[in-house]
Ligand binder design. Structure first.
Ligand SMILES: *Cc1c(COP(=O)(O)O)cnc(C)c1O
Length: 465
């Protein structure tokens, strides 16, 4: 493991934090059995060794990106206080930091006005967005592509809203003709548009869905849990994805996961609504509420209510207690690495994408592999099947290689994809039943670009066996 700057950073910052509370009378130290704690912690470290090395560039499998050292340090620093962002009584400073950090994310999507907050993750954020969608269009159906995150149908079940999946095309993007067929039925209330599908990183045509919204009238919820930050490098993407990202400001709600591409530890999702007025849907009368603002006016990015009275994030969130530390870590990270096109965070995303395009290029030039027939990846996830006489054989080979490369310390992932996405387009009859197991690599660490030769060598020699 590389030298970890966190302990040093933390020691320094802890002193600074302690200095903030010097006016309090000192508290006698509780005796602590440091030796026993140290023994247990060593045992804990040993248990943690039973993990894939997610922090290492040869881990190129699932969606896992190590948090930024500053995020870890800020999170640990906040643990000294352990604030709760449910209410300002529980987390005064961290609630303000959350409001600021979330406003910066909203700005990235082109919004100067919004309502939004952090959540425990993308699933809770999507739940909240669909809960609002259901109230705005009662009795109407939610639709999303077959490649949308599997939790959308489950969430709809929890909310007792009808959900219908619609076809994805050979790029893995929402199929517009199939969507229009659904819209003609007249009962669609919300369309879930995924910018960066979890399986293959496909970017649904948001701009074209918005054009349909103008004709048919429905809510557009953008699930950008994985791909949201690529808004910063929209200009460097291929044309359809570029147009989709440029349209984010017209969405009704957006979800993004800072704990995916945003360099945060787990427990950090974000939901945003374009119309701050949806705040009225959250009204509640909890007797436990520390205090309530007279009017729920969390308005624009510069929260008016901060001046007019305390903002109580619990009033606009389905979850009650939430880690203020998550907001502190996010705020610090965005202070160091602002969400700016051309900035150093955006440069990192460009490198991830360069790694993916290079891997895809090499796969296409090698007869042993068959990448997606439709073309290069939209973002930084690469998928490919193993060339074989039958789909069964191809699937079996992919599983073998998945195991073999791991013995050479290269960790990939597997994904089931429709067979029709490989091979010539005219032969493709959409048949959701026929799947083939493919290899999948999420190249979400900027270092992957420098490690690509080493990744490729391991993949190549594992396939030769
Ligand atoms: C990861 C993901 C989710 C779920 O988010 P969690 O943070 O894992 O709860 C939802 N949608 C998409 C597109 C995702 O990639």
């Amino acid at each position: 493991m590389p030298t970890d700057p966190v302990p040093g950073l933390l020691a320094h910052a802890t002193e600074a934090l302690e200095a903030e509370f010097l006016s309090l009378p000192p508290v006698e130290a509780t005796p602590q059995d440091v030796e026993a704690m140290s023994r247990v912690l060593a045992e804990t470290a040993h248990r943690l060794g039973d993990n894939y090395p997610y922090f290492h560039p040869l881990y190129a499998g699932q969606m896992l990106r190590p948090p930024h050292p500053l995020a870890r340090a800020a999170y640990a620093l906040a643990m000294t206080i352990n604030p709760n962002n449910h209410a300002r009584d529980g987390g005064r400073a961290s609630s303000e930091m959350e409001i600021e950090a979330v406003a910066q994310i909203a700005q990235m999507f082109g919004w100067t006005e919004h309502l939004g907050h952090l959540t425990s993750g993308g699933t809770m954020a999507n739940l909240e967005a669909l809960w609002v969608a259901g109230q705005m269009a009662p009795g109407r159906v939610i639709v999303g592509s077959g490649q949308a995150h599997y939790t959308h149908s489950r969430i709809s079940g929890v909310l007792k809203l009808a959900y219908r999946p619609i076809a994805a095309d050979r790029h893995g993007r929402l199929d517009l003709a199939a969507l229009e067929d659904e819209l003609r039925k007249g009962d669609v209330g919300t369309v879930v548009v995924t910018l960066g599908t979890t399986g293959i990183g496909a970017v649904d045509p948001l701009d074209e869905v918005l054009a349909l919204r103008a004709r048919y009238g429905f809510r557009v919820h953008v699930d950008a849990a994985y791909g949201g930050y690529f808004r910063l490098i929209a200009d460097a993407l291929d044309e359809p994805a570029r147009r989709a990202y440029r349209a984010t400001e017209q969405a009704d709600s957006i979800v993004v996961d800072p704990h995916k591409h945003g360099l945060q530890p787990y427990g950090c999702g974000c939901v945003l609504f374009r119309d701050p007025g949806v705040g009225r849907l959250y009204k509640h009368d909890s007797p436990y509420t520390y205090f309530t603002s007279k009017e729920l006016d969390l308005g624009p990015t510069e929260p008016k209510s901060l001046a007019g009275g305390p903002v109580h994030l619990g009033e606009i969130s389905l979850e009650c207690s939430r880690p203020g530390a998550a907001a502190v870590a996010l705020w610090a990270t965005q202070r160091l690495l602002p969400l700016e096109p051309g900035g150093s965070f955006a440069q990192g995303l460009l490198r991830c994408r360069a790694a993916a395009l290079e891997l895809d290029r090499r796969l296409r030039a090698d007869g042993r592999f068959e990448p997606l027939a439709a073309g290069a990846p939209d973002l930084d996830i690469v998928v490919w099947k193993i060339a074989a006489a039958t789909a069964e054989e191809s699937s079996a080979r992919a599983q073998e290689i998945f195991v073999t490369v791991a013995t050479a310390d290269l960790h990939l992932a597997l994904v089931q994809l429709p067979q029709s996405w490989f091979g010539p387009a005219d032969a493709a009859v959409y048949d959701a039943e026929k799947y083939v197991t493919c290899l999948r690599s999420v190249l979400m660490k900027p270092e992957h670009v420098e490690w690509l030769d080493r990744i490729w060598d391991r993949l190549s020699s594992s396939c030769a066996q």
